[in-house]
Design a protein around this ligand. Sequence first.
Ligand code: IMP
Ligand code: MG
Length: 187
Amino acid sequence: MNTEDELLPVLTEHEIAERISQIGAQITSDYRGKDLVVIGILKGAFIFMADLIRKIDLPVLVDFVRLRSYGASTESDGNVSISKDVELPLKGKHVLIVEDIVDTGYTLKYLKELLSLHKIESAKICCLIDKKERRKVDIDVEYVGFEIKKGFLVGYGLDYDEQYRNLAGIYHLNPGYNAKGFRPSER
Ligand code: IMP
Ligand code: MG
């Protein structure tokens, strides 16, 4: 870790695991008898996705997309593009999108529009963390792990400049805090 950064614990590995078990059980009962394809958004959702699908007790197909959003480094401005598309045929499938954090909502709005071109049966969203108060566009998120109001989070797949994805829990990051001695404005 960069010793200049301050990391404050937000969610433990245990708290995350407990919540994922609950969501997995809910998804299992909601999708019983349906053709389910779970689509993870790279890279941030890879650990959440891995843990979540093992709590879904149904036949399930797995795919990934990679999206890029542009704008200031701390916030997307709605300019989203795809850099890795889905590979499985989705026609007639029930799609569950798995995302790490829903923030402005631009990323998911873009992906939902893109997936609707595939003649899918349904599309729902499951996110680990919902920063609901920061939403810029209206988007339904059917399964939410935790609602967190503000702060930049790292760990459990979430990065800051590609660092910290391997932390087992989730932390609030104050970059450079230990060097500067003050917290940059929280997002
Ligand atoms: P948005 O909903 O389009 O604004 O973008 C959400 C994306 O921004 C997520 O997929 C994350 O990759 C990233 N993001 C938003 N907030 C955080 C955070 O606190 N830590 C790490 N990544 C974040
Ligand atoms: Mg992301």
